[in-house]
Design a protein around this ligand. Structure first.
Ligand SMILES: *Cc1c(COP(=O)(O)O)cnc(C)c1O
Length: 386
């Protein structure tokens, strides 16, 4: 067993060696610009991109032409929200989203507010779920988009996507979901789930960083999207810029592997997560944040009352790599806004850990992590009593 143990898979994942192997030729030998139409180097690059586009499309039940490559989910979120807001200005200027969304969604919405748009931020209940009646009540004649993430990055809670998309569709409103955490862990199908726009990112599914995809529905309805990056008209004009061929090949391969292996991998990782959770809940006072029923298979978020999360992380030191409930807002030591939205008190939010498991996690690592976390929690509590 190698230290430190990695339990921060929601933050990023290692590149699967099979993904890296698929990418390597596209750096040095097959280095052509996929937009070069006049020679074999370009054709080779373009062919690789189109194969990847098919792999990504198949993974989420889409058509290849509905996939736009981006630099990741942050860009995809920006493009979906700002692109729809701009394109549908004649119809209305109101967007509905949720307080527990990723910052890429929340801050894009704040930007839209500064441009004169109106945004409703729906609350969540103690489980982290939105209220469907509340969603329906928030709809106005001017609503153009409902944006609800598929699964949350901090607590793993999965929203009732099909019920949400059905409400949006009934009112003739587009539905966008940030599915960055969901794809590869639970089945996601844009048609069965009623999704009009979807973002995903390679580095959360064992692909490289700096590449992602935005799904844009082309039929029933055809979604119009104003580009946010102007230039050579790549990606059917929706996202200009020379395509990052090796990274796109990596995203395609990562998607294919997830599609093939998810059915076997998800229950295996869920069993390890449950083992970890059971071990940690044996620590006095420990409690899980968010729904345990509607949740991704590979993550748990646990509070340890009376212990400071940052001290806990520091105490775990070089042995276990994970995130705390206050680290997510980077420089600031604010407790997580996601946990606050669930009604978790500040001190409990400060005492929380997010543990994300993944493809390469072992039972041995889980058992070691339980021991180290228990030891550290107990030591910090003793110190607090002195
Ligand atoms: C990681 C993540 C993002 C950002 O993705 P990048 O590709 O790193 O920009 C957006 N949304 C969610 C839910 C995420 O987990």
């Amino acid at each position: 067993m190698n230290l430190p143990i990695y339990l921060d898979y929601n933050s990023t994942t290692p590149v699967d060696p099979r993904v890296l192997a698929a990418m390597l030729p596209y750096f040095t030998q097959k280095f052509g610009n996929a937009a070069s139409r006049s020679h074999a180097f370009g054709w080779e690059g373009e062919e690789a991109v189109e194969i990847a586009r098919e792999q990504v499309a198949r993974f989420i039940g889409a058509e290849p032409k509905e996939i736009v490559f981006t630099s990741g989910a942050t860009e995809g979120d920006n493009l979906a929200l700002k692109g729809v807001f701009e394109s549908y200005a004649a119809k209305g200027n109101h967007i509905i989203t949720v307080v527990t969304e990723h910052k890429a969604v929340l801050d894009s919405c704040h930007h839209i507010q500064r441009l004169g748009g109106e945004v409703t931020f729906l609350p969540v209940d103690a489980e982290g779920l939105i209220d469907l009646a509340g969603l329906e009540a928030a709809i106005r004649p001017s609503t153009v988009l409902v944006a609800v993430m598929y699964a949350n990055n901090e607590i793993g809670v999965i929203q009732p996507i099909r019920a949400i998309s059905a409400i949006a569709r009934r009112h003739g409103i587009l539905f966008f979901t940030d599915a960055t955490q969901a794809v590869g862990k639970v089945p996601v199908d844009v048609n069965a789930d009623g999704i009009d726009l979807l973002t995903m990112s390679a580095h959360k599914i064992y692909g490289p960083k700096g590449i992602g995809a935005l799904y844009v529905r082309r039929r029933n309805p055809r979604v119009r999207l104003a580009a946010q990056m102007d230039g050579g008209g790549h990606e059917r004009g929706m996202r200009s810029g020379t395509l990052n061929v090796p990274a796109i090949v990596g995203l395609g391969k990562a998607s294919e592997l997830c599609q093939m292996e998810m059915a076997a991998e998800a229950p295996k990782v869920a069993a390890l997560r449950d083992r970890l959770e059971t071990g940690l809940l044996a620590i006095e006072g420990a409690r899980v944040n968010g729904s345990r029923e509607h949740r991704l298979p590979q993550v748990t978020n646990i509070s340890f009352p009376g212990v400071d999360g940052e001290a806990l992380l520091a105490g775990l030191g070089k042995d276990v790599a994970l995130s705390s409930g206050s680290a997510c807002t980077s420089a600031s030591m604010e407790p997580s806004y996601v946990l606050k939205a669930l009604g978790v008190a500040d001190d409990l939010a400060h005492s929380s850990l997010r543990l994300g498991l993944g493809r390469f996690t072992t039972a041995e690592e889980v058992d070691y992590a339980i021991g180290r976390i228990r030891e550290t929690v107990e030591k910090l509590r003793e110190r607090a009593l002195q």
